[in-house]
Design a protein around this ligand. Structure first.
Ligand code: SF4
Ligand code: SF4
Length: 215
């Protein structure tokens, strides 16, 4: 899932500026799980804005703000209330989708942090950098791009100490984890194979994928 964190409220208020009538769009998926854009957070933000001289003219929550069709219908509802600005409580993707469907500014209430795993309620761990050429099959299912501080595909770097990363000793060294996992799987031979260095061809932005064969 996409992990988001709330921006400081002062930063959001500065973006909103003089806009008086505000609409709010929440997101029922990742942002709800992150407690940054669900029903509860919409209510909290509405109350804050109302207490600070703004009028919340409409709210809506999309199943997935990143999906054009569902966001389009939410934005139609918000636009009917003639807001001066919209606050979108999703990831940055949802904000961009929302902004396509209304002619007033759409402001993000969240910072988009990473693609990761919800370990437990409220605890998230970065897991994937969307590198475009997944090597998990060679690394025991542990991502060296996101879990190694240097994103080494042929680690370890030699700096690990007692299994911990030299960059941040609070983190386990990804390559020690990979070694242990491959050993447990009986696949240590994979460590002897050299993995190709990561190039930038797979991550030249912006990327578009079309599996329909037509627009
Ligand atoms: S190698 Fe890591 S960063 Fe690349 S796609 Fe796989 S999990 Fe994501
Ligand atoms: S100590 Fe391990 S995780 Fe840290 S940078 Fe080196 S190889 Fe990567």
């Amino acid at each position: 899932m996409i992990i988001t964190q709330k921006k400081p409220i002062e930063e959001l208020m500065a973006m909103i500026g003089d806009a008086a009538n505000i609409a709010i769009l929440g997101c029922n998926s990742c942002a709800t799980a992150c407690a940054t854009g669900g029903e509860k957070e919409i209510k909290e933000l509405s109350a804050y804005l109302e207490a600070h001289g703004k009028k919340v003219v409409a709210t809506a929550i999309g199943d997935y703000c990143c999906m054009n069709m569902s966001t389009k219908s939410c934005m139609k509802k918000l636009a009917a209330a003639n807001p001066d600005a919209v606050v979108c409580m999703s990831c940055g993707d949802g904000v961009q989708v929302a902004a396509k469907h209304i002619n007033v500014p759409v402001y993000p209430s969240n910072n988009t942090m990473f693609l990761g795993e919800a370990l437990r309620l409220g605890v998230f761990e970065e897991a994937c950098h969307l590198c475009g050429n997944c090597v998990l099959g060679k690394t025991g299912g542990i991502c060296p791009i996101s879990r190694c501080a240097k994103s080494l595909v042929n680690g370890p770097c030699g700096g690990q100490k007692n299994g911990k990363c030299e960059v941040n000793p609070e983190n386990d060294c990804a390559w020690i984890m990979i070694y242990n996992r491959l050993e447990a799987l009986g696949q240590l031979d994979k460590l002897a194979q050299t993995r190709d260095d990561k190039g930038y061809a797979d991550v030249s932005y912006p990327r578009t994928i079309n599996i329909r064969g037509k627009k």
